[in-house]
Design a protein around this ligand. Structure first.
Ligand code: ZN
Length: 319
């Protein structure tokens, strides 16, 4: 009986893999370095090793496994499993990852964008469990996202839906690499928080963070805010406000049941969530926000693996 899928979370530093049961339970875990500098063929070899670890780590693993889902940095073509580009993986241009993994493990494979995989995991087993529709925002060095509608990832026409970081919240804002202006990424990512803090310090704002120099980080801003630093609190409040504006836009367009915040910046917790909720309360119609949950991701480190496995299962019907 095929009652499990191997999920793989491909990152720039580590490859995480897991044997995931049809009920979403992690039966076995494997983890190894990506060895990204050695190029795509080597990385695919490493993925093959991690998958075989999982097949051997569960009794009857190979017979029980329906296939392999890989969550990869993107953008990528979900239909063909070709990764168009992956900024953290040297030499990754038009890499036929699905075929490369299939050749190595002898099992059918699907490739999903990593943020999409995380959103699927949260919808299936995490913060959005039981909800049919969910939007996830990954908040870190950049801002990414994933959209799940009717229990499946919404890929869009060209396969690149969910680029939430490039939602403009200011048409006259700073120019972005995407060609747009005022993208939310320039306001609420970790580097954006740091830049705003530096500007405040340069403008003469008194703060305990003024001596931090290169050590200034989003985490340091959060810690200073918790300790009562007024400038740091203002920084957190504005970050939450900007995110709230973006989330209002998402809610107006999609009216999802759950909005999930994940990634390093989400560690700021309530300090971020409060201004987000206030902004949503102020700026959306009641019908748009009625019974909608805005919350943090629940699966932590496992989200990538669980979501990649789930992507393999849901893909057949999604295309
Ligand atoms: Zn942009």
């Amino acid at each position: 009986m095929q009652d499990m899928v191997v999920g793989v979370d491909l990152g720039g530093t580590n490859i995480k893999a897991g044997a995931v049961s049809s009920g979403g339970e992690m039966l076995f875990r494997s983890r190894m370095s990506t060895d990204a500098s050695a190029g795509p063929e080597r990385v695919a070899d490493r993925i093959g090793m991690a998958v075989r670890d999982c097949l051997e780590g569960v009794e009857g693993g190979r017979e029980r496994t329906a296939g392999v889902g890989v969550g990869s940095p993107g953008p990528l073509d979900p239909a063909t499993g070709v990764v168009w580009a992956a900024p953290n993986l040297p030499g990754w241009t038009n890499v036929p990852l699905r075929r490369m993994v299939q050749d190595r493990v002898g099992l059918p494979c699907e490739v999903e964008n990593d943020a999409n995989a995380a959103s699927l995991a949260e919808q299936w087993m995490g913060a959005g469990r039981g909800a049919a529709s969910l939007v996830l925002l990954t908040l870190g060095t950049g801002i990414g996202g994933g959209i799940v509608l009717g229990g499946k990832v919404w890929h869009g026409f060209g396969g690149v839906a969910g680029e939430i970081g490039h939602m403009s919240i200011n048409p006259d804002g700073p120019r972005c690499n995407c060609g747009g202006r005022g993208c939310i990424e320039a306001y609420a990512s970790a580097p954006a928080m740091v830049r705003r803090m530096r500007e405040a310090i340069a403008g003469g704002r008194r703060t305990t963070l003024s001596g931090q120099g290169e050590g200034l980080s989003a985490r340091a801003i959060h810690e200073a805010a918790l300790a009562g630093d007024a400038a740091a609190r203002e920084n957190m409040r504005m970050t939450g406000f900007y995110l709230g504006v973006a989330i209002c836009n998402i809610m107006n367009v999609l009216n999802p049941e759950v909005v999930v915040l994940s990634g390093g910046v989400a560690a700021a917790g309530e300090m971020l969530l409060r201004p987000i909720r206030e902004t949503v309360e102020e700026r959306t119609m009641e019908a748009v926000r009625r019974n909608v949950r805005i919350c943090f991701a629940a699966l932590g480190e496992d989200a990538g693996v669980i979501g990649a496995a789930r992507a393999f299962v849901t893909r057949g019907a999604a295309q």
